[in-house]
Design a protein around this ligand. Sequence first.
Ligand code: NAD
Length: 477
Amino acid sequence: MQMIINGEKRDSANGKVIEVRNMATQELIDTVPAATVEDAQEAIEAAQLGAKIWSQTPVYQRVEILNRFSQMLRDNKGELARLLSTENGKLLVQAEGEIETAAAIFDGFAAESKRLFGQTIPLEIQPGLEKDLMITKREPLGVVVGIIPFNFPAELFSFKAGAALASGNAFIVKPPEDDPLTVIRMVELLHEAGVPKNVLQVVTGYGEEVGDYLAKSPSIQAVSFTGSTEVGTMIAQNGAKNLSRVFLELGANDATIVCEDGDLDAAVDFAIAGRLLASGQVCCSNKRILVEKSIYEDFKAKLVDILSTKRIGNQLEQGTDVGPLINEGAAIKVEEQIQHTIGQGAKLILGGRRVNEAFIEPTVLEVTKDMDIAKDMEMFGPVFALMPFETQEEAIEIVNQSNFGLNSSIFTRDITKAMDAGNKIQAGVVSINGGTVYRPICCAFGGYKKSGIGREGILYTLEEFTQIKSIVLRGVM
Ligand code: NAD
């Protein structure tokens, strides 16, 4: 596929490409341009003009276009989900779910943008201003750049592009290197739905080259980045130089607490569903599992029993439970992290091996709170790190010892214990009697500490991507 700059499907200025492969079979699916900074600059210039046109387009017209696009996503769900599953490695059924979520996100932002009202404020509350009336309105920022990670490209593109377009901004997307195809296809469909050519650009290429260039540009007004904390920190530093707005959704090491009065079966099921989704490559999956000592052995036995039946294989085939990781390097990294944790004293209970280049067996490790895996080492694979605990206070302390704080969860039937955890855990979401993988489209999703800055969701991102203007009628009252 080609990238799309100012409505034109194009190769890179220097003709270089990035290969996109199906990691289950190693087959080459397609290539995309490895854009140069000159390409990125052209996208920025087109978007600056696009921002003017789009901000003047009435909300109802923008809404019509975005709703048309959501319908196109639903109509093309089969094709898009297959493309996403093939390039990403997640199961077909998971890819279908992601396309449905993408459509709901666009619909949600479109609907909410109709209510992005300002205020009318009589100024009689301040002596001397009794006769003044203030009117506020929200205006788009201009050009928003969205940088997308590999794990949920369609969904995360939708959170960023949906919000930017619904609120009247031009948008430039830099998709992930490994699986950019679904995002390009979605941009094509958005143009077909009626988004003007210069309002939406897709620039494919390497993060450290075009991602960096786009995010650093003084001609853009905001960057919305989802990805690693390391890259997010650089983007924040660069954004500070231009005072552009920076929204960051970053890494995590989310924890689940399972208390002895919780529903053990549900806790096991949620843990497995959360950690096998996208082969464990989910920001908010339950990477640490803390189980009360009295039920620890039961939990472990049930978990291992079920996981032993899970099949790794081709993500497009029925009966597969765990697909490949995004690339071989990612699987090697997880393999090394497993070995590192064993080296620190962890006990390997199940799995632990990398197979057929990019697959990791579902793996269970018994770990202790002083190990890296129990703190800040984010593991992006189907690895279950189990830890026993004795008191809830101790469990919460372990949860909070991480520098990350995205989602969290607790299983208990005691509302007092549940609320205690809800109040004390340092994370954006505390889910009670459910898994950590929880992101309804209206959620104020985002992290505490090094998991990010800002909140992404239908009710929040439109505000983040707009600014308030106050128009004052002096002496009219
Ligand atoms: P990554 O940081 O390596 O890459 C993310 C994106 O940034 C890619 O498009 C990449 O090309 C680009 N990039 C890389 N270097 C860049 C630079 N110097 N300047 C600008 N852009 C650059 O992350 P990844 O491996 O794709 O994704 C995994 C990470 O994302 C994990 O840490 C995960 O927890 C996190 N994540 C967080 C959330 C969340 O909502 N908090 C959601 C999904 C993933």
